[in-house]
Design a protein around this ligand. Sequence first.
Ligand code: PLP
Length: 429
Amino acid sequence: MKQFENSKRAFAEASEYMPGGVNSPVRAFKNVGGDPLFIERGKGAHIEDIDHNVFIDYVLSWGPLILGHADDQVVADLQAATAKGTSYGAPTELETELAKKIQSIVPSMEMMRMVSSGTEATMSAIRLARGYTHREKIVKFIGNYHGHSDSLLVDAGSGVATFNINTSPGVPKDLAYDTLTVPYNDVEGVKAVFEANGDDIACAIVEPIAGNMGVIPGTQEFLQTLRDVTTAHGSVLIFDEVMSGFRAAYHGAQSLYGITPDLTTLGKVVGGGLPVGVFGGRRDIMMNITPAGNVYHAGTLSGNPLAMTGGLSTLAQLNESLYAEMSAKTTRLVEGIKQAADAHNVPVTVHHVGTMWSYFFNAGPVNNFDDVQASDVAYFAKFYKQLLQQGIYTAPSQFETNFMSSKHTDDDIQATINGFNAAFDAVEN
Ligand code: PLP
């Protein structure tokens, strides 16, 4: 049996200083019970906690670490950048270099701005859409999560769903009132909300492949309808690819659907494990940002040289064939998980796109937030504890996505499938 005594002690101490003992809520393991693991180090696909237990890691810092932990090249590039200086608050060529690289991979981002988190990217994109259209209402989808800015914390996924909060206390009701929510993948709902409010809607923001209620791909018809109605009503379409960017596919979810949004937000992989977000898109819209235009945006650490280096060093190692490889590994893994569940007569639905994957204890189909909520979260909690005992670290909530990295080997995947089988054995017997 793995012991977690040091993590337990560290969590008790952390809880004296930080609310809930953490700096981001889902880390607290509330959904699965027990104490969170405190991590000592990571290398490749593996992490080690402060009790010296080693796990195969599919959380990967909630997505950013597509090259696994402490990739040699990324570490070397960061060390070299750090030796030069950590921040100047003045432009560096690294920012343009990263922008060029991003544009070459996601061509719809004609211009962009770097920020320090996905939350900042979506918050700024919403302000830009409102400033550009001179409208105030926005449309978002139930169970999608776009970070924790006020307008976007309405009917959100991720931790908001994990803790069963519809709209956080502290969000002014007028702002919540301007956020119109529609069920995900609901084509008629999209048409209806634009019919009723279209000329007041500044933008629609969507995760084209939802990842904050587990993985749920948007349907082609849903996303095309969204593109059509936003165009028809002069509203801005924002694809939030903070998670799906460089994850669902090399060129992002937008390349899988062949649909071009007006604005895109990125985060996670684009910083390679350092704090980076990006928002960008149509030149005529982006030129409204200060100082080119008058929609305000700023940041002391925006475009920080270390963060830019983390992104550049990571993106330099990505290419189509690596995605084909990682995607094949993900398919193999989720098929193995499905077989393990079937062999134990446990109803499960597995979803995966590119390097994103999740498992729902739910017979399916799972196409929206209501479907996800029908999953057996009590079973998930029991199962999760057994999975940890098997040395497998997946997201500690039914409402989150797991990830694959370039460093997971065939042996890691086989060990994970064996671990799932053993965890089912332990829960069922
Ligand atoms: N948008 C999406 C789709 C996300 O998945 C997340 C975070 O999980 C965010 C925005 C917020 O990003 P951050 O946590 O970096 O603020």
